[in-house]
Design a protein around this ligand. Structure first.
Ligand code: PEP
Ligand code: MN
Length: 338
């Protein structure tokens, strides 16, 4: 940590700051120039609250030089993490495509969609059985029956499953049916839930919170990793900004930024990222070009009658077209579509 002292501070003030740092247990290295002093403090614990120093008289700025997250950081684990799930590797050269409806609605619907997305090259079937809806009156998902249908449809077409779990009480049933458990954006900072997910070994896809910084997102991943579940991947799904014409603002920059800070694979969700069907494909292309390790996209056989997120769901033909485009872009950057 670096503590920049206000210019022209008295020796007494500087010594006072050094004493506080020593009392906190830090080793202090002082550099003094013309009228500027900078203090290097070694031995800062990840949970140290920088504001305790920022409020001291004479302190101009305090900067952390090591990240507060450890297990999620690149410095701790320089190589990208790779997880083998069935025959598919996430985080390798091949980009994984997860596709399916927002919600599992019926046997007929999920089987029809599973067939289309499998044919076009998806490896995972997505579909929510527990839905985080803004309105309590909106369709909330089929629950365990939805999980069962998702699994059966996936197995029928050689796919793996990814599905959202909204709280700890749903984990046990999901373990039976899910290859990846999705934590939704609204739950990214539900720390008791994240701790429970740390106790299982099923891979977890942690979506970025609606207004979460990279650090907050990686700290949430740290909750799961520190509990003992080493299979965490992140998902950029758009953030809330001042722009009202798209559902969210998809932060493509998060993909290379997270890759430089963390070894965890990052999946992109262009469906929630922009929220408009005709704009999903360009966002998916951008995400692959930016280095995403996977794409999760909503596809529906009858989006006009979907029970949730029809307006951002691709028609099966659009999904097929998108797959062709993604594989062309992947080859430019030396990758393939899994
Ligand atoms: C979803 O995947 O359908 C979903 C609800 O996602 P998010 O948590 O990103 O809103
Ligand atoms: Mn959705």
């Amino acid at each position: 940590m670096v503590v920049v002292v206000e210019q022209n501070s008295s020796e007494k003030l500087i010594e006072g700051i050094i004493k506080v740092l020593n009392d906190f247990g830090f080793d202090v290295h002082r550099s003094t120039g013309m009228n500027q002093t900078v203090l290097g403090a070694i031995g800062v614990q990840p949970d140290f609250d920088l504001r305790q120093l920022e409020v001291l008289p004479g302190v101009a700025h305090v900067y952390r030089i090591t990240e507060p997250y450890k297990l999620a950081s690149r410095s701790f684990h320089p190589e990208p993490s790779r997880y083998q799930i069935g025959g598919t590797v996430i985080g390798g050269d091949a980009i994984v495509v997860m596709a399916g409806p927002c919600s599992v609605e019926s046997e007929k619907q999920i089987f029809a969609i599973a067939e289309c997305v499998a044919k076009s090259g998806a490896t995972f079937l997505r579909g929510g059985a527990y839905k985080p809806r803004s309105s309590p009156y909106a369709f909330q998902g089929l629950g365990v029956e939805g999980l069962r249908l998702l699994r059966r449809a996936a197995d029928a077409f050689g796919l793996k499953t990814v599905t959202e779990v909204m709280d700890s009480s749903q984990i046990e049933s999901a373990l039976e049916f899910a290859d990846i458990i999705q934590v939704g954006a609204r739950n990214m900072q539900n720390y008791t839930f994240l701790r429970e997910l740390g106790k299982i070994q099923t891979p977890v896809m942690l979506k970025r919170g609606l207004a979460a910084t990279f650090e907050e997102w990686l700290m949430s991943a740290e909750y799961i990793l520190s509990g003992g579940n080493k299979h965490v991947m992140l998902c950029e799904r758009g953030i809330r900004t001042f722009e009202p014409s798209t559902r969210n603002t998809m932060d493509i920059g998060a993909i290379p930024m997270i890759h430089s800070r963390s070894h965890l694979p990052i999946i992109a969700d262009p469906s929630h990222g922009i929220g408009i069907r005709t704009k999903v494909m360009p966002m998916a292309r951008a995400a692959v070009a930016a280095g995403a390790d996977g794409i999760i996209v909503e596809v529906h056989n009858d989006p006009d009658h979907a029970k949730s997120d029809g307006a951002q769901s691709l028609f099966p033909e659009q999904f097929t077209e998108m797959m062709g485009q993604l594989s062309a872009i992947a080859s430019v950057i030396g990758r393939t579509i899994a």
